[in-house]
Write a protein that binds this ligand. Structure first.
Ligand code: AGP
Length: 593
């Protein structure tokens, strides 16, 4: 989704903003822009362009500046055009604005306050610049900005520059994240830690309603009541600075290979021998609950499907899984004694934030599992647990999925009756992944032979069904092959009509109890011409199966059975020449509903 970077300091602001925007590329974007103070021309210059950052970089003169703001846009209002790219300039030319989020009442505001001002773009952002231009009159900018912010409905993180005070950056936020970092006399503002940490030694996360002013005098922070407050800075987590691909061609492949290390890190963090190190206040949230509700989106929701099984089997807690975007608008009947467990890699997903508002309004407790402890949801939920996956850059989530499942297992085990040596079982899963990654060379050929059609199916039962759904999402989102994940027994109730010659059906078979039934479904599709690929766990494998993975604890099989699916997706996208780390239309952190 959109990204924001601003810099004020003694080094070249243009360089730092462009570098920050590059670090945000992984979030997904379709156009970019920058504004900076040009001391020679004594003016604020604005450059923007559609497409990749390189297109913008080519437009920039060889200037240096001490103050700049920049933006990468992921279109929500208006097509991908130069006019719709940020920064937006007010109708009087005075204010320059970059914005993340959505202003829901932009049309109503334009009708009320800007009837005579022609719209120059199709965006909701332009209205912010225009309102500032109209309201400021002879008054001060902060007063005008407060008035504008008071009228906005929706979400925003924004940076503003003013041609009359070209050495000043104003920053404000509501619902969308905005972090202010500093090192000595340098200040960097960004919507994401990844962009901040190359410069900043410490940072503060702005709270909703606050406004920051950065100029020669330094940094001043006003809270939501307009009171001048002292910002509290904490050290930057330098893990976010390491964003190179290492020896791998793509972040996705690197992140697939990091999974054994991530699982080991999780057990080191959360398991002391056989004792759980889940914080006591988090474990206490589960005491006496009648029902657990898991809320998440996309891959995180698929991890939640595995979580349901873990909580029901290991902790005997009835568990429901909800798609966050549905829950936010159609919450089910909720009984007393419910606990809400949100899962979000980024901790910024707008659908979850809306769901959390409902949960809080109704007085239910909430816990979030996230990879980003500085995220908005980590702050807004009652408690958080970190999944320790390390920065995940590829849009297609891989190591966050297995990390989420491992932490769900640790948590369910901690609040349940135990019974298994989780430390040992997760360690065996890590070893099984490592073993399978040695076989990576088989995938290019396998994909070449079996994934020729523009559609495919994954099937499985129980936990294998949960993985089939994640496997299908992975394949479709980066290779653009239309893929669906089905319960193996459900195919014959309709979807089997789609099976014809050479259609790939990838079956996941890890569960002893249902292996024979899944084999029947395989026979059914095979007899209708499907090109079947079987991923089997060693203890249920048969002669002729294509991919064999090591047998591990039956409750943890998704940790290993998803690995072939991740590799199939990667190689299918590679063979098709797709942009693996930045698939079309997708964003890493989905901050709009
Ligand atoms: C998965 O590969 C996707 N990138 C997507 O489904 C993602 O899992 C979803 O948008 C949820 O994001 P979150 O975990 O950051 O909340």
């Amino acid at each position: 989704m959109c990204g924001i970077v601003g810099y004020f300091g003694e080094e070249d602001a243009i360089k730092h903003v462009m570098e920050g925007l590059r670090r945000l590329e992984y979030r997904g974007y379709d156009s970019a822009g920058i504004s900076y103070h040009d001391a020679k021309q004594k003016d604020l210059l604005v450059f923007k362009e559609t497409g990749r950052l390189d297109n913008l970089a080519r437009l920039l003169p060889p200037d240096e500046s001490r103050v700049a703001i920049g933006h990468t846009r992921w279109a929500t209002h208006g097509r991908v055009t130069k006019a719709n790219a940020h920064p937006h300039v007010s109708h009087d030319g005075r204010f320059i604005v970059v914005h993340n989020g959505i202003i829901e009442n932009h049309k109503a505001l334009a009708g009320t306050y800007l009837e005579d001002v022609p719209r120059r773009s199709a965006t909701d952002t332009e209205i912010i610049a225009d309102l500032l231009g109209s309201f400021v009159g002879d008054g001060d900018v902060l007063t005008a900005l407060r008035r504008v912010l008071g009228l906005l409905e929706g979400s925003y993180a924004l940076l503003v520059m003013d041609r009359e005070h070209p050495g000043t950056i104003y920053a404000a936020k509501r619902k969308s994240p905005l972090l202010v970092g500093r090192k000595g006399r340098e200040t960097i503002i960004a919507s994401d830690m990844t962009a901040l940490c190359a410069v900043a030694a410490e940072y503060t996360a702005l709270t909703d309603g606050s406004i920051v002013t950065i100029d020669e005098e330094g940094l001043s922070l006003h809270d939501h009541e307009g009171e001048l407050v002292r910002p509290e800075f904490v050290p930057v987590d330098k893990a976010y600075a390491e964003t190179d691909k290492g020896v791998f061609d793509h972040y996705m492949l690197k992140e697939i290979h990091e999974q054994p290390a991530v699982l080991r890190r999780i057990i080191d963090q959360y398991c002391e021998d056989e004792e759980s190190r889940i914080p006591k206040d988090v474990a206490a949230m589960f005491q006496g609950i009648e029902r657990l509700h898991i809320l998440a989106a996309g891959t995180s929701m698929h991890a939640g499907l595995v979580g349901k099984v873990l909580f029901e089997k290991l902790a005997r807690i009835p568990t429901e899984v909800h798609i966050a975007s549905e829950f936010a608008h159609h919450p089910p009947l909720l009984a007393e004694g419910s606990l809400f467990l949100l899962i979000s890699q980024s901790g910024e997903t707008a659908d979850l934030r809306s769901s959390l508002e409902i949960i809080k309004e109704r007085g239910f407790p909430s816990l979030i599992l996230t990879n980003v402890k500085t995220s908005t949801l980590a702050r807004e939920a009652d408690a958080y647990l970190e999944i320790f996956a390390g920065p995940e850059i590829a849009v297609a989530s891989t190591k966050a999925y297995t990390a989420q499942i491992a932490v769900l297992a640790v948590l369910a085990h901690a609040v349940g009756e135990g019974g298994i040596s989780l430390r040992k079982e997760v360690a065996l899963a890590a070893q099984a992944i490592e073993n399978h990654l040695q076989d990576r060379h088989i995938y290019a050929d396998l994909v070449d032979r079996h994934l020729k059609k523009p559609q495919a199916f994954y099937i499985g039962r129980g936990l294998d069904h949960a993985v089939a759904r994640e496997a299908a999402l992975k394949l479709k989102e980066i290779s653009y092959i239309h893929t669906e994940g089905f319960a193996a027994g459900e195919l014959k109730h309709g979807t089997i009509a789609l099976i014809e010659d050479q259609v790939p059906v990838i079956a996941i078979v890890t569960e002893e109890k249902t292996a024979a039934h899944t084999r029947s479904a395989i026979a059914e599709v095979e007899s209708r011409g499907a090109d079947v690929v079987v991923i089997a766990m060693a203890h249920v494998a048969e002669e002729g199966d294509h991919i064999i993975i090591d047998t591990i604890n039956p409750l943890l099989t998704p940790l290993v059975s998803v690995i072939p699916a991740q590799l199939i997706a990667y190689h299918a996208a590679l063979a098709r020449g797709k942009d693996i780390d930045k698939p079309r239309n997708l964003a890493k952190s989905v901050t709009v509903e």
